[in-house]
Design a protein around this ligand. Structure first.
Ligand code: HEM
Ligand SMILES: [Cu+2]
Length: 540
């Protein structure tokens, strides 16, 4: 095994472990919301569990999987080792230590602040410092991937960078711009406050910094999934990428549009002028465009695959796709769920309609389709394809791997549909009390939360299948030499030379200009106000 493969395997291992713990927590939550009387069910346990689930799924599973995937795809596509292997291991170690610290604080009940850690909820310093170390680790990882790219670039002055690396570099640029916000929140606000160096914190500033980070965070999750959709899926499905240049344009648009939209999470927050919220709302609608282009290009690539497999009619190419291949099935089903999530997202982003769904169960219905399916299910499918190539073993328990994406799909359909509906009926999210303090509609919600719990059970079973396949493959898979990581060829041929989309410096400059345009004035106005701050709260 090469160093890069070992490093990628270590990352994927942590990701899968975090996913397993978080999936178990999720089952408890779904049962609890359906008012099932588990003996250990208390408000304290509920919020501890929701915190652990949110952090381990959305922050740990995703980040580690992306780091591992990034190492594996970059070294394969550029056909060279990591520029600084020791730096790669250092990054991994730092992020792993940080994860251990934050997880300890959560599981020991010292950080029940949910994965958004809004102050004035206050956690143990180990939680904030731990998550900061995860971010610092991801920065070192970014530096290593960029250094590897630059070493390649020196030897290939005018060649277009392979598309997979183009997409990963876009991911890294989005991430580096985004994490400035959360790093500032951690270093200047939350860490000194939790250590007792300061005794008050400004919750509104914290929310601005958090959501400046929080929206581009979703593109940090999504772009690596798109990399798989564009560069791996068409090949495994037996086709070609419909257009390389459209894909590059999409990644370039995400580099510039990911950040200046954060206020769409704060439409209901006081203190931010309406005009600035509207500006972020418009930017959000722009960013739907690259996602539509992605849907078009990926579907066209799949049509190419279906036709190469013998389809001749208008739609029979859909049936010709290898729906029993674990990677293909995972990605196709994740895209179907994502399409619904995208429509819901347009509703969330519409300034006025947001008030209808804000902080209701609709929101958890929405993000389990996006990050919880488009991203997570794609990553599971990717693991079925990637892990055998990393460890040199064939996929084990193949039947479970074939069934797993379908179970996820049906479980998520039940879970997400019911949460969208109860959300529209006003059921709040993040609430332990299933009687909702006697809200008249609570009885009406009961049947739907029951269906949602059945969805949760299917999802948990699906997650368990995934874990079994991973364990089986690593421990008992048949050894194989078939370990090449290969990418789809574009129908229009790879670009002859570097295009404008490969000019990363240009896109970073535009991105920074847009961030300043969207944030400089409202942030400066906020900082000029007289601010009193809040002391901390620890409800449990
Ligand atoms: C095993 C399948 C899953 C089930 C059954 C499930 C279920 C749940 C439930 C019941 C909640 C609590 C909602 C509330 O009371 O407000 C929740 C929250 C959440 N889930 Fe999942 N989930 C699953 C998978 C995922 C995945 C794969 C991700 C992301 C990668 C994810 C991310 C989140 C996040 C970010 C929250 C919000 C936590 C918060 O409000 O602080 N979940 N999930
Ligand atoms: Cu957003």
């Amino acid at each position: 095994m090469t160093t890069a493969k070992r490093l990628a395997t270590a990352h994927v291992g942590v990701a899968v472990g975090a996913f397993g713990i978080a999936a178990f927590m999720a089952l408890m939550q779904a049962l609890s919301r359906a008012n099932l009387d588990l003996p250990w069910r208390t408000a304290r346990m509920y919020y501890l569990s929701v915190t652990a689930h949110g952090v381990l799924m959305a922050l740990v599973f995703t980040t580690f999987f992306i780091m591992g995937l990034g190492v594996a795809l970059t070294t394969s596509a550029l056909q060279r080792p990591l520029r600084f292997p020791a730096l790669g291991w250092g990054a991994f170690a730092l992020a792993a230590i940080g994860t251990a610290g934050a997880t300890w604080a959560i599981l020991w009940g010292k950080a029940t602040v949910l994965y958004t850690f809004y102050p004035p909820l206050k956690a143990h310093p180990a939680f904030y410092i731990g998550l900061t170390l995860v971010v610092v680790g991801s920065w070192l990882w970014s530096a290593d991937i960029i250094a590897t790219y630059r070493a390649w670039r020196r030897e290939h002055q005018e060649t277009a960078v392979p598309l997979a690396v183009h997409g990963l570099l876009a991911t890294i640029i989005v991430w580096l711009i985004a994490t400035v916000g959360v790093a500032a929140e951690m270093l200047f606000q939350l860490i000194p406050w939790s250590l007792g160096i300061t005794d008050r914190v400004d919750p509104m500033l914290a929310r601005m910094l958090f959501w400046y980070f929080g929206h581009p965070l979703v593109y940090f999750w999504l772009l690596p999934a798109y990399v798989v959709w564009y560069t791996v899926l068409p090949r495994v499905a037996g086709g070609k990428l419909f257009s390389d240049s459209l894909a590059r344009m999409v990644f370039a648009l995400f580099m510039i549009l990911s950040a200046p939209v954060g206020f769409h999470h704060q439409f209901m927050d006081p203190g931010i002028p309406t005009g600035w919220k509207a500006f972020h709302a418009f930017n959000t609608l722009w960013i739907l465009f690259p996602s539509f282009v992605t849907a078009f290009t990926v579907l066209a690539s799949l049509e190419v695959a279906g036709r190469r497999r013998g389809a001749t009619g208008l739609f029979d190419w859909i049936g010709k796709l290898p729906w029993s291949d674990p990677l293909v099935a995972s990605v196709l089903l994740s895209m179907l769920l994502f399409a619904v999530g995208g429509f819901g997202g347009a509703i969330n982003a519409s300034f006025g309609m947001n008030s209808m769904v804000h902080n209701t169960a609709w929101i958890q219905g929405h993000f389990h389709l996006t990050v919880g399916s488009a991203v997570a299910l794609t990553f599971m499918g990717t693991a079925y394809w990637l892990v055998p190539r990393l460890v040199g073993r064939e996929l084990e328990l193949v039947l479970l791997a074939k069934v797993q994406p379908y179970l996820w799909f049906f479980g998520m359909a039940l879970f997400s549909f019911t949460n969208h509906v109860t959300g529209l009926q006003g059921m709040p999210r993040r609430v332990f009390d299933p009687g909702y303090l006697g809200a008249p509609a609570a009885d009406q919600w009961r049947a739907l939360t029951g269906v949602s719990a059945v969805g949760g059970l299917l999802l948990f079973t699906s997650a368990a299948f995934f874990l079994l396949v991973m364990l089986g493959t690593v421990l008992a898979g048949k050894r194989t030499d078939n370990v090449a990581v290969e990418f789809a060829e574009p129908l229009d041929g790879p670009p002859a030379r570097r295009t404008v989309f490969d000019r990363f410096g240009l896109w970073v400059t535009v991105a920074i200009a847009l961030v300043l345009l969207a944030y400089a004035v409202p942030l400066a106005q906020h900082l000029q106000m007289e601010r009193f701050g809040s002391t901390g709260f620890k409800p449990f």
